[in-house]
Design a protein around this ligand. Sequence first.
Ligand code: PHE
Length: 459
Amino acid sequence: MSHVKQEKWSSGTAFLLAAIGSAVGLGNIYRFPYVVGENGGGAFVLVYLAVVIVFGIPLVMTELTIGRRRQVPPITAYVQLSEGKKSQSFWRLAGFSSVLTPLGILGFYFVIAGWTLNYVYSILTGQLNNLVEGQTQQVFNDMMESPATLIFWMTLSVLITGFIISRGIKAGLEKAVNILMPMLFMILVLLVGYSAFNGGMAETFEFMFTPDFEKINMKTLLEATGQAFFSLSLGSATMLVYGSYLPKEVSIPKMACGVAFADTFVALISGFAIFPIIFTNGLPLDSGPNLVFVTLPVIFDQMPFGQVFGILFFLLLAFAAITSTISLYEPAVSNLEERGIFSRKKASMVVGGGLWCLAGLSALSMNVLSDWHPVGFNETVAGMNIMDLLEYLSANGMMLVNGLLAAIFLGWIVNRSESLEELGLGDGKLYKFWRFIIKYVVPPVAGYLIIDFIGYGFI
Ligand code: PHE
């Protein structure tokens, strides 16, 4: 089946940088702080850390293993590893679903990536100077109501990503992360330093690390699991495809720990860049999605060198977004290229064209198409626009389904010897523990969350 020899990462470090680039994204810097804010701080952080350790790391290991075992793209990986099993055609579908999911995610992610680019430009050109809170809300609303603005910046993010993808693994993806990740890290350190200098650190520590146990409930667990899936790029073929480019001699468990550690570290650090500013200015912690695009610009405007830091902050978001969009775009391209129907360049263009249409619909769903709502399914869905719907179905629903399927596949279907050999842990306690988690812990928990997602939950 395979017509094209797959490129590989040049080294374990190159993979690590790309995988961290994928994991660290809008989920860490934009979403994590506001979800922590909405869910009462320390309690959420504690549950989140537990979820990353208990499910996150074993699942990253699982997906990397499925990807690397035969060193082929995701759908073929599922097909080859279920060779000779009665359920093979089902697993082909599982592979297919895992490749479709990131496309759904990109349908909304590209739009938000566009917002971040637009904000860099707006601050640079002084459009956010001398504004008070209500006015930054107005700026944000104006952007949402302008199809041209949304589509322009969204298109730019599709083009940048498509260009990187079309150049291939070494000349495209690796090169991009080699430039973007160090810059991202430097900006983050600068921002935290700046925040620390302006006070509010003690309150931030207390808020993030003093769990109020009474606030821990099923909803916290649900939110934390969803956040961990999204943040670790699980359930979306990204880890499958990045794993398939991983040289055989590199240790998967070590890489999985490295990715999970770095990703969680950046999420926490983002909290330390944002919350001190919120505390010293006496602003609400639970302003939700508005936190970054509406609340922060007011403060940047009032702080010394605020404009510079505002630009840096949105650049940080933009870089983090781009290193994630490439990882969401790659699985489909990798599959198309493998079939030999398209060259990588053509495949990048075809996928990009489709994604541009989808993200275009998302962008329009906030203005000209805002009256369109899906019918049926469940109550949650009834009031959504296309962008919310894409997010809900792909990031909340399908990611869990794909993650569950990956765990069942490697835990129950694929011969034990395959994962035993690929993980390189020997047949000791560590391997047995990993296997126990993906066989007996992940399926019931993910299954429960999926039932809840469909709307028959008990919470
Ligand atoms: N992990 C990325 C983020 O936190 C999003 C992502 C999800 C990327 C799934 C790839 C696959 O923003």
